[in-house]
Design a protein around this ligand. Structure first.
Ligand SMILES: C[S@@+](CC[C@H](N)C(=O)[O-])C[C@H]1O[C@@H](n2cnc3c(N)ncnc32)[C@H](O)[C@@H]1O
Length: 417
């Protein structure tokens, strides 16, 4: 199951692990000396499938897929070192802490065990027995077999037999916070969780603040999706393009009143609208996506299939194929070269349907609102309010709400400048 590397490759692995850790330190992902020592110590190559090149294993930016599902989607992986480091730092893992890791791979659990030391406890839980068998084998091979408790179960219920925990580190994409995770935290404990909010995920570090949970940091990231009780699939709506091909609208939290109204939407348009808001090529605008996901009614992901004119023109092919549905029409965001100095691109939208222009204008209005509210979300702007908790007004600051099964996630944006 795990490789038995030659003596030469052991030396090589040691060198590459040192280089990877140097890189994590240089890039600011490492949160302290114990964490750095853990990354220098734990042999990552003992937790990945046979034949994985050492260059891949010890690349600070690469995850290693360990299981692929029936449709070809990743079901399990050993996450990228930078992200493991970032989440461990978000949780403030320190010697003596009791930690629950949700989603196993073995390697991250070994890092946790190294950091918490003999006076702490690392527990890891995975729903998939193949994953826990692989994790156990890796932990045994690396000498951590008696330092990590491996449990096979749906983590929706936590792992009460070893609670309570100073930290819960969720390493699988969650759509909601399972109440058990919060209940099994000790007073003052922290949960780090990649929470999906209407399509977009941030790894949030949340600590209790009265009745709710307030973020202390947030990190853009992606994870394999939750299985079991907490699984949440997107819903898709396919529209046939009159020139051929299919356009698919994918909805996460958005409810569309009557999807049948969209049947002939692609017979009309496109109508384009431009916002006047620009951004240099190298600057990311991931927080615009969260603004749209929170405030744009009918928000969806738009996929233009092969054969559609939109695919031929490159609309939807990049990482901003998002738009919204308004009644019988929909729109999708786009960018164009603004012609301004500094390789600035301008945000805009194109609409389809009997009300194509209105749909495009609605999206452009939200782009302008995002611009007016400072464009970026501070790390402490996220919160989670368990069901039944009253969410107070934030005055002039706009608050977007993502309604979940067990509570509501919110983002409080800066007031307009
Ligand atoms: C990205 S992997 C975990 C990576 C790991 N922490 C590491 O060492 O890098 C995510 C894991 O979550 C597991 N998972 C998905 N749904 C789960 C659930 N409901 N309960 C427990 N584990 C789950 C998957 O089987 C998968 O192995």
């Amino acid at each position: 199951m795990t490789q038995a590397p030659s003596v030469a490759s052991f030396d090589q692995a040691d060198e590459m692990r040192a280089a990877m850790t140097d890189r994590l330190v240089a890039d600011g992902w490492i949160g302290g000396p114990e964490m750095e020592a853990a990354f220098r110590t734990v042999p990552r190559h003992l937790f990945v499938p046979d034949g994985t090149p050492l260059e891949t294993i010890y690349d600070a930016d690469q995850s290693v897929v360990t299981k692929v599902g029936a449709g070809g989607a990743s079901m399990s992986s050993v996450s990228a070192p930078w992200l493991q480091a970032r989440m461990i730092a978000q949780a403030g893992i320190a010697p003596g802490m009791r930690v629950l890791e949700v989603g196993s791979g073995g390697y991250n659990a070994a890092l946790l065990a190294e950091i918490v030391g003999k006076n702490g406890q690392a527990v890891t839980v995975d729903i998939d027995p193949e994953v826990t068998a692989r994790a156990t084998a890796g932990l045994d091979a690396a000498g951590y077999g008696d330092r990590v408790v491996v449990v096979t179960a749906d983590a929706e219920h936590g792992v009460p037999e070893h609670a309570d925990y100073d930290a819960v580190v969720v390493t699988v994409g969650a759509w909601d916070l399972a109440p058990a995770w919060l209940e099994q935290l000790a007073g003052g404990g922290v949960i780090v969780v990649p929470l999906r909010m209407n399509t977009f995920t941030r790894s949030l570090a949340l600590r209790r603040s009265g009745e709710h949970w307030a973020s202390t940091s947030a990190q853009l990231c992606g994870f394999v999706p939750m299985q079991g009780v907490g699984e949440r699939a997107n819903r898709g709506l396919r529209l046939r393009h009159p020139a051929g091909g299919l356009v698919t609208l994918l909805f996460d939290e958005t409810e569309v009143d009557d999807p049948r109204l969209l049947t002939g939407a692609l017979d009309h348009g496109p109508a384009q609208a431009w916002s006047g808001c620009t951004i240099p090529v190298q600057v990311d605008f991931a927080d615009l996506h969260l603004w749209l996901a929170g405030f744009l009614p009918g928000f969806c992901r738009v996929e233009a299939g092969p054969g559609t004119p939109m695919a031929a023109e490159g609309v939807c092919r990049t990482w901003f194929p998002f738009g919204s549905v308004i009644g019988d029409s929909f729109c999708v965001m786009e960018l164009r070269d603004s012609g301004l100095p500094g390789a600035q691109r301008e945000f805009g939208a194109r609409g389809y349907g009997p009300h194509a222009a209105e749909a495009a204008e609605a999206l452009v209005a939200q782009i302008r609102a995002w611009d007016a509210h400072g464009r970026t979300i501070p790390g402490d702007a996220f919160a989670y309010w368990p069901a039944g908790t009253a969410i107070p007004s934030a005055g002039d600051a706009p608050v977007c709400r993502f309604r979940k099964t067990h509570g509501t996630a919110t983002i409080t944006w800066p007031a307009a400048g």
